[in-house]
Design a protein around this ligand. Structure first.
Ligand SMILES: [Zn+2]
Ligand SMILES: [Zn+2]
Length: 121
């Protein structure tokens, strides 16, 4: 998940979970707050998630609704108050190059951009 260049491990505890991106005041890395939600693979009910050995897993080993042990992990873009007690927050270090690529991709390949151009011609 994280590529650490130093032996000293920073948990970026001072990065606020309320923002999408922030520079960590402790290590200076750009941190992306990534939220994940664990759901039952059978009935889709939300399960309280946690991180164990670097993996996102449900807190309980089975679904409290239907008893299934299968689960799916879903990335969510925006956390809301309803989900916050279930969701798992991963503070992931962003490499600067990745951000540049993502931004130019979004600028030029936005789905709404092309139809507009065609309409003008
Ligand atoms: Zn840090
Ligand atoms: Zn279930």
């Amino acid at each position: 998940m994280e590529l650490l260049n130093f032996n000293r491990v920073c948990n970026h505890t001072h990065v606020s979970p309320e923002v999408d991106f922030a520079y960590c005041p402790d290590c200076g890395e750009l941190i992306e707050n990534q939220w994940y939600l664990v759901r039952c693979a059978c009935c889709g009910v939300k399960l309280r998630g946690m991180v164990r050995n670097g993996e996102i897993v449900p807190e309980k080993h089975f679904c409290h609704n239907c008893g299934t042990r299968e689960y799916v992990v879903e990335r969510i873009n925006k956390i809301n108050f309803v989900d916050i007690s279930y969701a798992v927050l991963i503070k992931s270090v962003v490499q600067n190059e990745d951000i540049d690529i993502t931004q130019s991709w979004v600028d030029f390949k936005t789905p709404n951009y092309r139809p507009k151009l065609i309409g003008q011609l």
